[in-house]
Design a protein around this ligand. Structure first.
Ligand SMILES: [Zn+2]
Length: 459
């Protein structure tokens, strides 16, 4: 066992022993420092480059912009994948998708189907905080990340206001926070859903955008598949695209305003350790797509990330690529708590010297890809349906339009080795023995009758 981990375990053992009532003859130790409340916010489908926090021209995130003045902001942060289950499981475990194994699934009829369950053998972030004496509260508006898919592990109180808007999510959070026991610090996780399709226009923001309101009306509330069909035949794709961005940006502004209201309503938020990020981005008519989970390009994987340390003014910007899955060790470190075994990547606040390659993975459908983000570059290796390799310089080509894989052979070879080594250090979870939802035979039958499952497909 590495000595650092041993030391951490010893400290934990001492802390646990020390908490068991008055000790016999030992002089009283100095009082333990008060643990900060910890608030982790994940906003579904929030693409970094549409947030004014990260330089978008429209003021979509005025609340985050304000928080940034006292936070550390990461301008090149990535989710582990480009859709919810693998990315959220990585945030909850600090592990790569191939290691936690939550890589497939869908939502049908409002419920997660064919989704691998986050296994109980993993020590989640909520479990770590609970083990350290925290009261843990989880509120999720997305059916991919709920109790039946293994995501309620470690939460003392867990609610799932599924598919609800930010206001309703806030009401649930406020109630659970008001009901929490006194005398214990709180770990709170809130997951908002608003920026996800179908996009809804939010006033007053949408009214101030220079967009074609005929297109806004045509696209408002329309499901992703129908939007995609519309995009393929749109007579004026540029106007449709601008309207979609307008809708999407108004969703961002709406959730940002809701987050401000939540923070204003929670006195605990003032001194809390706060982290805000997303599970993935969104393609809006980029490369012929709308939605996410299609690839590992920046529009689907680069997400906002800020961390506010209690009592410390900062305003620091970090430009090196980082993984938001490293929030787990980072928040434990910042709260002064030990890490569970296996969580050994450098914390996000550890400084520039501690750069660790950022691994991205996608194996949701027939597309199987892995990518590595390092320095100014990203290398994407596609395994299926057609093997391919792509290389981009994100500093000079942030839209990833100029593939350098042919022209930069030496760089390609170096990053290819970096990617392979990142994959090799993340052990793959065996597919057999992996539990999958739904196990509910009635739901399976209903889905089959609705045509969602192929005959013979069991789950
Ligand atoms: Zn999501």
């Amino acid at each position: 066992m590495p000595s650092a981990r041993l030391a951490a375990l010893l400290l934990l053992a001492l802390a646990v022993a020390g908490s068991r009532g008055p000790a016999a003859a030992t002089p009283p130790a100095a009082p333990a420092p008060a643990r900060p409340d910890v608030i982790l916010v994940t906003i579904d489908t929030l693409r970094a480059d549409r947030c004014s926090l990260h330089g978008a021209a429209r003021p979509t995130t005025p609340f985050l912009d304000e928080l940034a003045r006292t936070s550390v902001v990461f301008d090149a942060a990535y989710s582990a994948s480009s859709w919810t289950p693998p990315s959220m499981a990585s945030i909850f475990t600090g592990l790569a998708p191939r290691t936690h194994g939550v890589v497939k699934g869908a939502v049908r009829d409002g419920k997660a189907v064919n989704q691998q369950v986050l296994d109980e053998s993993f020590t989640t972030i909520a479990e770590s905080f609970r083990a350290a004496g925290y009261h843990t509260i989880g509120v999720s508006s997305n059916a991919h990340v709920v109790k039946r898919t293994g995501f309620a592990q470690g939460f003392d109180a867990f609610r799932a206001p599924l598919w609800k808007g930010a206001n309703e999510v806030n009401a649930v959070v406020r109630k659970l926070v008001a009901e929490r026991p006194t005398g214990r610090p709180m770990f709170l996780w809130v997951h908002y859903f608003d920026p996800h399709t179908p996009y809804v226009p939010h006033a007053p923001w949408i009214d101030s955008y220079d967009v074609d309101f005929g297109w806004v009306e045509r696209c408002a509330g329309v499901e992703q598949e129908a939007l995609l069909a519309e995009a393929k035949t749109a007579g004026d794709p540029a106007a449709m695209k601008a309207a979609l961005y307008g809708l999407y940006d108004s969703e961002i502004a709406y959730v940002d305003a809701a987050l401000r209201r939540l923070f204003e309503a929670l006195p605990a938020s003032r001194g809390a350790l706060v982290a805000i990020t997303s599970d993935h981005g969104e393609t809006i008519m980029n490369r012929g797509w709308i939605g996410h989970g299609n690839g590992l390009y920046d529009e689907e994987t680069r997400v906002p990330l800020l961390i506010r340390l209690p009592g410390k003014a900062s305003g620091r910007r970090v430009t090196r690529p980082v993984a938001n899955a490293d929030l787990y060790p980072t928040l434990l470190d910042a709260a002064g708590l030990p890490r569970p075994p296996g969580l050994e990547r450098p914390g996000l606040l550890a400084g520039g010297a501690a750069e660790a390659p950022v691994l991205l993975e996608l194996s949701r459908t027939e597309t199987v890809e892995a990518a590595v983000r390092s320095g100014r570059h990203k290398l994407i290796r596609r395994y299926a349906p057609q093997p391919a390799i792509e290389l981009y310089d994100l500093a000079s080509d942030p839209q990833e339009q100029r593939d350098l894989a042919e022209s930069e052979a030496a760089l390609r070879a170096r990053l290819s080795a970096t990617l392979q080594s990142a994959l090799d250090t993340a052990p793959a979870r065996a597919a057999d023995g992996q539990e999958t939802v739904p196990a509910d035979p009635e739901l399976i039958e209903r889905l089959r009758s609705l045509g969602y499952l192929e005959p013979g497909e069991k789950k």
